[in-house]
Design a protein around this ligand. Structure first.
Ligand SMILES: [Zn+2]
Length: 199
């Protein structure tokens, strides 16, 4: 069988995501899908096999992070899925993550790889996008990079301490939050603790 072309694959998954966007009447979605929520299609997941196809185009991150481990060392402390998402910039399937619908009133979401405190429970909001969403982070905990894979420009977010991939941040979608930003984070990149922690 001939492998479908890349644009065909992307189009297929765009349709998939637009279809899934219509199921927003779920109890998890506090904010109704309305014209004020714009550009949500940009949050489409980067499917793992696409990620590997485009992986060579991803610019190597030369930032000097305080926590340094090579791939073997990371594989020794992370699960295979965590390694794929955190170290290889993969994406977990939407609506499947442990923290997607997790809405504690207090506590801290730490980096699953290095335990750095990243988000407070009070930063989390219900976006309905299928991944944990935060309107802000603990100051300095998250570093942004421009990600030009898939022929579009997005803002990747990584842990400032270990450089582990968290997800992407989207701006101006119309969510009624103090920042109008959505940190779209993979659950496997996070570990929740009920303690209030500071950076
Ligand atoms: Zn980290």
């Amino acid at each position: 069988m001939r492998f479908p072309s890349i644009p065909t694959i992307i189009r297929t998954f765009t349709l998939y995501n637009l279809t899934s966007l219509r199921s927003f009447s779920s109890p998890y979605r506090a904010i109704p899908a309305s014209p004020t929520v714009r550009n949500l299609n940009w949050s489409m997941p980067t499917f793992p096999f696409l990620g590997s196809l485009f992986g060579s185009q991803q610019k190597r991150d030369m930032t000097d992070y305080p926590v340094k481990k090579n791939d073997d060392e990371w594989q020794a402390v992370l699960s295979p899925e965590q390694f794929r998402v955190i170290r290889q910039k993969g994406t977990e399937a939407p609506y499947t993550g442990e923290y997607d619908k997790h809405m504690p009133s207090e506590g801290t979401y730490e980096c699953a790889a290095c335990k750095a405190p990243l988000y407070r429970a009070t930063h989390k909001f219900k976006s309905g996008c299928g991944w944990p969403a935060y309107f802000d982070s603990i100051p300095g905990a998250v570093t942004r990079h421009t990600d030009r894979t898939f022929g579009m420009e997005r803002t990747e977010i990584v842990c400032s301490k270990c450089g582990g991939h968290l997800g992407h941040v989207f701006k101006g979608e119309g969510y009624p939050t103090p920042t109008d930003e959505r940190h779209c984070v993979n659950s496997v990149s996070l570990r929740f603790t009920p303690e209030e922690k500071e950076a």
